[in-house]
Design a protein around this ligand. Structure first.
Ligand code: ADP
Ligand code: MG
Length: 258
């Protein structure tokens, strides 16, 4: 190692940019072979550091988000849901995050709601956004804990700092009135400021029963859907694919009987 290389290693460490020293020597040979300008060489070296930082930042954000499993849009088989392919493709630019728009995924169990919510969340992490994922029940538990200790406003303000939160499984369990109220506040503090992805197995018309109050449900749906893409998934559960299991035999039997 010559003196200049040693100095570059030292300076890279001092800048906490270890990839600079790694790239500097390697790219210098390439630069000499290809007659790069000094500027081209410097840009190439700095670019290595920046892209490595972005990648490790994205990894940290994915880990911090609390996804139940990491899924991607590439993993999603659109042949199962052909109607939504163009809608999802249009979202991959990430413009919806900049505009603080919401995404609502509706459909029966096993049709890919959690998968797509996660995949869009993972993509947001790669676009530099911090994300938090939890089920509706978990969000209520967290907010109720904050409320009990007088920290609700602070907690809502903290959450507002996240450009995206994902609320999975709205509708699996009905909310008590206090819980519905907390949920309403979560939605209101984010309105036109930061994005929400929300999934539900129920159509909007059934949300009144979930929130125990038609007026609260209507006000909430209004705020969520005002700037939102609503994506409706259809068909049989992917989980049961190839198992030849009828998930609701009793209902079918009843229909046949009628
Ligand atoms: P939901 O949240 O609608 O109940 P999930 O998103 O949890 O359904 O999907 C259930 C399982 O099936 C997950 O492992 C998911 O990755 C997978 N899955 C669902 N739909 C698809 C699809 N179209 N392509 C690939 N995997 C899918
Ligand atoms: Mg799910």
């Amino acid at each position: 190692m010559n003196d200049t290389t040693k100095q570059i290693t030292y300076l890279g460490a001092a800048l906490k940019a270890p990839r600079i020293s790694e790239a500097a020597t390697r790219l210098a040979d390439q630069a000499r072979d290809n007659n790069w300008s000094f500027e081209d060489y410097l840009a190439a070296v700095l670019e290595r550091e920046v892209s490595a930082r972005d990648a490790s930042g994205a990894q940290l954000r994915v880990r911090a988000a609390g996804f139940p499993a990491v899924k991607t849009i590439d993993d999603f088989n659109f042949d199962m849901q052909p109607a939504i392919r163009s809608q999802i493709t249009a979202l991959t630019s990430g413009a919806w995050l900049t505009e603080a728009r919401n995404i609502v995924l509706l459909g029966p169990p096993g049709t890919g709601k959690t998968h797509l919510a996660t995949a869009l969340g993972v993509q947001a992490c790669h676009l530099g956004r911090r994300v938090l994922f939890a089920t509706a029940t978990d969000w209520i538990t967290r907010l109720a804990a904050a409320h009990q200790t007088g920290r609700l406003p602070a907690e809502l303000a903290r959450l507002r700092g996240y450009p995206l939160i994902i609320i999975d499984e709205v509708g699996y369990l009905p909310f008590e009135q206090d819980a519905a109220n907390l949920f309403f506040q979560l939605v209101t503090t984010r309105y036109e400021h930061a994005s929400i992805i929300l999934t539900s197995n129920l159509p909007f018309s059934a949300w009144g029963a979930v929130f125990g109050d038609q007026a609260v449900a209507a006000a909430m749906i209004d705020r969520i859907v005002h700037h939102a893409d609503v994506i409706v998934l259809k068909g049989a559960s992917y989980r049961l694919k190839g198992h030849d299991i009828d998930p609701l035999p009793s209902i079918k039997a009843q229909q046949v009987a009628n």
